[in-house]
Design a protein. Structure first.
Lengths: 200, 200, 200, 200, 200, 200
């Protein structure tokens, strides 16, 4: 343990890449202020997609100085009525503040309760999404919305439910999904085409 | 920190129940061997339900001596072609061994990869499902199947995707799900009736 | 371990207040969405003070749903040329994004190196301050500046160096500070008056 | 931190093997389902030895996908009246379920109490052995017995008391053991021959 | 999480004692410097016993301010040829410095290796005993010896092998020990009388 | 996770040094007792300096077997009226015992309280300094004093306040310090010369 362990991405052995819990530490003597720096979180993400939202993540992959330090940031842009669809972070709690616009947000607790907690958030409002729980944010205003989140991991991970379930590569056996979601096999296969894209 | 901290469930203040990270410790002098004991994991769970499977969990709620010790067990019973549908454990990795029958199992990695890893498991085969990732088990045999799992938490939590998304209480705003799953609003509302039961 | 453990602040025994790692958990059945909610981070803090800055903290003390979840947020307002003076967070790394204005920021590594890493940050720039290291932010622009930070603890703590050293209650023995800072005893005692205020 | 860090065992530098907290991570792109798989836990271990038991461990050494995930499994086979002699796991709590037969099990708390907790377990019964405490399992039936255990570490370690104390390599100075166990030096030296085997 | 959580030992409910991970936190406003203080580590422990050594422990039980802070101290006194017999700390690594005299020390690694590492230590020499491993210290000089140890837990626990195995309360079934140690039942029962004292 | 992971310092790639959380593990087969050993803590440090004290640290940098084990030791020597000036350990709590002499010690809590806790310690007295808080020790006797401390990290770090603030390399912009400490710019620049030495 040291003051920091800046991730060294470009380390390469002549024969094969080697990863150590994802990252090596850069030689402390070669570390610079730039290793703790990221720019561009003021730039709106492109929300021209099916769900009308875009997540810009500042984690150890884009800011190597975060390695071992247990925190990251994200900016989310929402088009009018855009949403950040139901998803989980397998390795982090999220605390979100609305910078612009109005968001309807919620999370669901674990089984057997499956309780839904929701709240409408305006500019300056803050909400917490506990680690591993399914949650979403929906822009309920006619204008763009922006939020900033802190996440309790240098790489909290992101599992977008619909994409993971219907858009995995290769696709999940449709029988698994037909029974799980009580859907017609036709509907499942259409969804897999929809989400799977090239994988299908 | 002590050798153990047996959960004390029946503590009650005259005015209101009080919870401390879920549990108090029982006075060590009153702790008995029974506090570390659970019986009945040899009994098959009832698989007469939509998905044809049943999970029996031995965690801190049923075995108070597990409190603070970071581990639990589960037995899963599968009817022929039954499945344990896609789900996550927000606070635990799972390692499963097949005790009887043949299971087709898999998990999906986090975005943007959404890679699916699958394997067909026979009696004595072991498989790992990393913490927080969506995974499933399907009985692909004509007979019952049984598995035993270890989980890396005294209460790993369980989020069954379809139930959390379509069966929460109260239901998630259908607009959120319509856009997220690219489904007709009709289909979403039918699913919510299907999964929500009394909540709807 | 459960999905969450909302801090219960108003628990009181008839005889004496009792604290458990700072907090009890609220009965999960009584938890509401409001327990995960905080409002007002859009409101500028009052920077009319000696250093020209103001920190608004959203941690477990103001947002009880953060309890046990390992993260918090802060908004910092800076008057023109205002600064958030050298300080440490004993229990958290900080990741800061500039929302408005231009900040000159830096941190110092531990002994014997005492290396200073600095950077000038504009709107949208992000910087990391590793846990426990002394750091500062200075508004180098003619206009107000605003930043938002994530911290890797539900209560990261704050130690403002000058206040802790010269303004503690009761004051530190001046001989300790005279030798430590190689200052005249007069200067030390003036500083103690300056920072100690009522304590002195 | 990533979804997983599959242990890379065969990494070798031309000059010398290098270990990083025991393991490197395999390049995530090369990871396969087989990395999370182990087969053969249905096969009975050979109990034809002095104590009449055999432990088959599924940990990071035999299942590389377990690396960093904090859990492992073990199968224990017992001949009639066989025992898994007093031992500790320095880095893990154990939760055991009896799959076949009848076991008498127990653990001892730390000093000065040295309290013994015991229980007779039948098929389907579960028992917990808290991390680091000395415990044992004895087959009290006339037939073979089998158990499956989860352990709260990817490599919990195993210290069999008699082997560590009397069979270390090289042997512990007999004077240390004579005084510690209040045994004749003759008895100690016989035990060291018995347990030390080739080492002696 | 706060700066500290001083253990509150004398909390008592009118009906029954309640323990929370062993301890409550004292109201921070009532905390005093004395809560972080212990006196008497200069006083030699009484080594007039079978093994000729005495351990004085400064942990959360004797110094309540250590609660949650993950460290403790111990002083060990050795009569000439006295020993601190083979033991483990289930929840802590030990780093020991010899203050007076000459000690022969060692630890044994986990199975199947059971390697013994030993060293003779003189005044000012330091040695490390990794968490959970069996270790011992023997005074090999003609004069008293003294050591000071740091342990990586506020309550590392102590399991003296001979006492836990042969002196537990109630005693372990002699059949378990006869097979485990390959000793005559007579010898086992004598040892149990020797170590069990009143318990037997 | 293994019994230990001895730090391997001399690993070097032909092109560039590579660090992994600071250290690689030495091949367990090559580990020797000497890897867990350090000598010389009986030797007084040289206190002939401005503050009249000297810290000798036994951490993972000087005792490689401590790697991953979460503990270290330090000896502090004090000339008459010497002091260990206000400092913090960013990654460790300290528990100190006075071996010789009389020390006046204290720590300051975090903002906004900034409460000072102090105590005069004689031979055999023990005191705790919680992680990350500013603390100091002053020899208030006419003779030398000696203390031994345990720290809850294999590398707790050391930030001497005056050196980090006024002696960093390069120096902190004097405007930052002028405002923070409410000092004349002249005084700040003199202090920077005093503490910065060659860096200035």
């Amino acid at each position: 343990m040291q003051d920091f362990c800046v991730a060294l991405k470009d380390y390469s052995d002549s024969k094969s890449a080697v990863f150590v819990n994802g990252n090596f530490c850069k030689d402390p003597k070669l570390v610079k202020a730039e290793d703790f720096f990221f720019e561009g979180l003021n730039i709106a993400g492109n929300t021209d997609n099916k769900v009308g939202s875009n997540v810009t993540t500042v984690n150890v992959d884009t800011l190597p100085g975060l390695n071992t330090l247990g925190i990251s940031l994200a900016r989310i842009d929402f088009a009018p009525y855009g949403e950040n669809p139901p998803h989980t972070h397998p390795r982090g709690t999220e605390i979100l503040v609305v910078v612009e616009g109005t968001l309807f947000v919620g999370f669901v607790t674990s089984n057997p309760e499956n309780r839904l907690f929701t709240k409408t958030l305006n500019k300056g409002d803050v909400f917490v999404f506990p680690v591993g729980l399914i949650h979403f944010q929906l822009n309920v205003g006619k204008t763009n919305a922006i939020s900033i989140s802190g996440l309790s991991s240098q790489n909290a991970g992101l599992i977008t439910i619909a994409n993971a379930v219907f858009g995995s590569n290769p696709p999940i056996n449709p029988n698994v999904l037909t029974k799980a979601f009580q859907l017609d096999k036709n509907v499942v296969e259409e969804l897999q085409k929809e989400f799977g894209g090239d994988n299908y």
